[in-house]
Write a protein that binds this ligand. Sequence first.
Ligand code: ATP
Ligand code: MG
Length: 281
Amino acid sequence: MSDSAVLTISNLDVDLGHGLSTARVLAGMNLAVRRGGAVGIVGESGSGKSTLAKTIVGIHRAAGGSIVFDGTELTGASRRTLGSLRRRLQYIPQDPFSSLDPRRTIGQTLAEAIDPVHARLRRHRAAVVEALTSVGLGEDAVDRFPHEFSGGQRQRIAIARALVVKPDVIIADEITSALDVSTQAEILRLLARLRAELGLTMLFISHNLAVVEELCDEVVVLLHGKVVEAGPTGDVFAAPRDPYTRTLLESVPGGAAFDVTAPLVTATLKTVPARGGRGRH
Ligand SMILES: Nc1ncnc2c1ncn2[C@@H]1O[C@H](COP(=O)(O)OP(=O)(O)OP(=O)(O)O)[C@@H](O)[C@H]1O
Ligand SMILES: [Mg+2]
């Protein structure tokens, strides 16, 4: 394991379910994420990707093994220790529609992320506006409700909610899968920019291998709750050693890589000429 790892997971076991239906969902999982690194987690549905994310942020409990974040063991730590540490690990769930409270304004939601007890928007307004601005939303978003925003805008808000507490690590769980392709590209470019600007460490869970290739310097392949392959993204994608990784890569349509540095697709669409039937593809 690397010394510069900000997050080190060793021999992690996680059991989910109750009684006789309890199942081991993660078994002997190992992972080291270096500070400022971006690690992609890939694997088929049910392989344990979300379980890993949720265990890191304390939604699920580990049955065995260890999770060390910035030198502190998270499994078995006191509630108080966990409270302050876990704020520095922010989880962004998949669905931008159900992850925001419909009865709260965006400002209230972000103020609550900063201070869950008092949630005083007036006091935290500057930080809230700064976070919204960093994801490309205006100050007017503060007093509006989630239903007034599109899916892509809500995902930006969810990212702002994670950023507003100034985390070290962002764990993004399929955050673009509910969005259309051009909005996906916008959100991915936003994440790449924020990572570069803020030095964020990222765990990026995705079904989209092209996106992982573009955004992540390392990749971990999960199958049935176990790591079958891990390493620098370029190496793993160019020469996968595990048969399952090869199968995953073969299922990707050729040459579909995202270019996170390209200009916004939406901007291109607006400049399509009004006349002429010889449209480009
Ligand atoms: N609360 C739970 N209780 C019992 N089993 C669960 C629970 N949550 C998930 N599981 C099981 O754990 C396994 C891993 O689920 P998980 O959600 O981590 O998969 P995933 O890789 O995130 O899949 P997807 O790509 O579909 O999001 C699955 O078999 C799932 O049925
Ligand atoms: Mg999942």
